[in-house]
Design a binder for this molecule. Structure first.
Ligand code: 13P
Length: 249
């Protein structure tokens, strides 16, 4: 297998100049020769700070969102062109918190994916069901619909995306999906990607996210179709994040 795992931290709306410096310095020192790829997706105001902190290290810089638009009257938005200026390599798109609190539809997520791809930023496309949807037996249908919208608009370069399966009920709850539950959904997503990109589907990374931590990472990452992690809370603690990185081989 040539593809390396990707361990990406999603800091969400956390951090400060002082805390970021301590965290990233510890990560740079602790992850000198990682077996996996590493990214930190930081709040927009800290992109410049973290860009210089990770310079020359194996840690890539990521953003947590990207505008569908290139420039103009879109107050509060950041374009992919701007993110590129700060060396951003990854952008999370369609995180469930953006779908839930900012009304992002599947179509908006597909357009954000396109905007990132058009500017050489790898989108980390998040999909995932709520607890109610899982209990109603709708998990497959929901994640397939979310991914289908992205494939519909970006089919020609779908092999360039990263997918993150994040069951909403597992995010920030300490209630992680079991490795079997996660693998089952990852296999569904892999099959859908295979349909869209045949030969390339095996090389597309599908990350798991949702209460992944130092204790459960190895077991999750051992699943056949889990190619890395998108980590929230545990990415804010250097020792925990470094343990997850060490488990990704
Ligand atoms: P937690 O790891 O805090 O559950 O967050 C997961 C997540 O939403 C990453 O994007």
């Amino acid at each position: 297998m040539t593809k390396k795992m990707l361990i990406a931290g999603n800091w969400k709306m956390n951090g400060s100049l002082a805390a970021n410096e301590a965290l990233v310095k510890a990560l740079v020192a602790g992850a000198a020769a990682p077996a996996c790829e590493i990214a930190v997706c930081v709040p927009a105001p800290y992109l410049a700070q973290v860009q210089s902190l990770v310079a020359g290290s194996p840690i890539a810089l990521g953003a947590q969102d990207v505008s569908t638009q290139a420039q103009g009257a879109f107050t509060g938005e950041q374009s992919a062109v701007m993110l590129r200026e700060f060396g951003v390599r990854y952008a999370i798109v369609g995180h469930s918190e953006r779908r839930q609190y900012h009304g992002e539809t599947d179509e908006v997520v597909a357009a954000k994916t396109a905007a990132a791809l058009a500017n050489g930023i790898t989108p980390i496309v998040c999909v995932g069901e709520t607890l109610a949807q899982r209990e109603a037996g709708a998990t497959e249908e929901v994640v397939k619909r979310q991914l289908a919208a992205v494939i519909h608009v970006n089919g020609h370069c779908i092999s360039e995306i990263v997918v993150a399966y994040e069951p909403v009920w597992a995010i920030g709850t300490g209630k992680t999906a079991t490795p079997e539950q996660a693998q089952a959904v990852h296999a569904v997503l892999r099959a859908q990607l295979h349909h869209a990109a045949s030969d390339h589907a095996a090389g597309i990374r599908i990350l798991y996210g949702g209460s992944m931590n130092a204790a459960n990472a190895a077991e999750l990452l051992a699943q056949a179709d889990i190619d890395g992690g998108l980590i929230g809370g545990a990415s804010l603690k250097a020792a925990d994040f470094l343990q997850i990185i060490a488990a990704a081989r």
